[in-house]
Design a protein around this ligand. Structure first.
Ligand SMILES: Cc1cc2nc3c(=O)[nH]c(=O)nc-3n(C[C@H](O)[C@H](O)[C@H](O)COP(=O)(O)O)c2cc1C
Length: 352
């Protein structure tokens, strides 16, 4: 038991990474019930949907779970930027007989989501894309939530410690999904897990959770050898039947290997790692001109939904990490048990 696990009240050092749009209450509940920490990625959930998802997890398990938000300002893009982005997407929409439209709003209101999270009082409140201030962290502590900040560099990890976070999720560039980078340049912040974890462990007073490329018990043991007190795994849990991904995305994951993922701004305007497909390749030449998250994300939403409805993986955001080829398809509770068994075997092996 590491101090982090004692504080969380969970027996295993395994956090199911929040996965906005792809995680589900049954997935989070199954992981928590099996002794890990299930998480709900609430970046695109409305406050009402957040309350419903938290209630659904609680109906299925009395174990601790976490909720995660994107720290975002509401954008106010100028009309020319939006028009140019829609013109760029028009030929892609045409594949589905659609035309791009500006949405009624660009994203959920972060302040309202934070209130919903505080009202839901999960054991863990985790954040990415930005950082809270000390007063917000205090409010979460008052609600009984442990606060975890996502960092892609040591500077970001230190910034989270400074505002009072209880732990940092250090996310290496191998990780699937969006980069959480919020200080400095995205490209300069592409630090690998093996390099990032010891840097953070050596410099921080608070526990470090390792994320990025961890797919089995060996990976958990390796992260612990580097000083991490737990791991956060996304891609591995995405393959579980309880995740919310479409059959087309499941099939693409089953085919993908470590060389098939790339970091792209094409889908959302924020660098994110996913399986290379047609949409990514078609927008690659224009990547630098694509407007930032959440503008591009909102503008591509209808296109991605149409692709999902037609079972086409070529225009879906196929977020996955470099470990995707090692994903195993099995119920989440069984995966947690297998990971625990492998982790114990790898730890015993290292001690011999
Ligand atoms: C489909 C998908 C969606 C994700 N959404 C979020 C999210 O909403 N919030 C977040 O903090 N991290 C998100 N992540 C990152 C995961 O929580 C986790 O840190 C990451 O997947 C770890 O790397 P791995 O994919 O190599 O296991 C997402 C990852 C994936 C694959």
């Amino acid at each position: 038991m590491t101090p982090l696990l004692q504080r969380l009240g969970i027996p295993l050092p395994i956090v199911q990474g929040p996965m906005t749009g792809s995680d589900t209450p049954p997935l989070a509940a199954a992981v928590s019930q099996a002794g890990g920490l299930g998480m709900l990625g609430c970046g695109m959930r409305s406050p009402e949907a957040m309350a419903q998802a938290a209630a659904a997890v609680r109906a299925a398990t009395d174990r601790p779970f976490g909720m995660n938000l994107f720290v975002l300002d509401t954008p106010a893009p100028d009309a020319a930027t939006v028009q140019a982005a829609m013109a760029r997407l028009a030929p892609l929409y045409a594949e589905f007989g659609l035309t791009p439209e500006a949405p009624a709003r660009w994203c959920e209101d972060f302040a309202a989501q934070l209130e919903a999270l505080i009202a839901a009082r999960p054991a863990v409140a985790s954040f990415t894309f930005g950082i809270l201030d000390g007063a917000q962290v205090e409010r979460l502590h008052g609600a009984g939530c442990m606060v975890i900040g996502t960092a892609t560099t040591l500077a970001e990890a230190l910034a989270w410690q400074e505002v009072g976070a209880d732990a940092v999720c250090a996310s290496g560039m191998e990780a699937g999904g969006h980069r959480g980078t919020f200080l400095g340049d995205f490209d300069a912040s592409l630090v690998g897990t093996m390099a990032l974890i010891p840097q953070c462990v050596d410099a921080l007073r608070i526990p470090v959770i390792a994320a990025g490329g961890i797919m089995d018990g060996r990976g958990i043991a390796a992260a612990q050898a580097l000083g991490a007190q737990a791991v956060q795994m996304g891609t591995a849990f995405l393959a579980c039947p309880e995740s919310g991904i479409t059959p087309a995305q499941r099939a693409a994951m089953a085919r993908a290997q470590g060389t098939d993922t790339r970091i792209t701004r094409a889908y959302s305007g924020r660098p994110a790692r996913g399986i290379v497909n047609t949409m990514m390749e078609r927008l690659a030449p224009d990547e630098a001109a694509i407007p930032p998250y959440p503008i591009q994300n909102a503008l591509t939403g209808a296109l991605r939904r149409a692709a999902g409805a037609q079972g086409r993986a070529d225009y879906l955001s196929l977020w996955a990490g470099q470990g995707v080829g090692a994903a195993r398809v099995m119920p989440a509770g069984e995966l947690v048990a297998l990971l625990a068994q492998e982790w114990r075997a790898a730890t015993a092996c290292a001690q011999e």
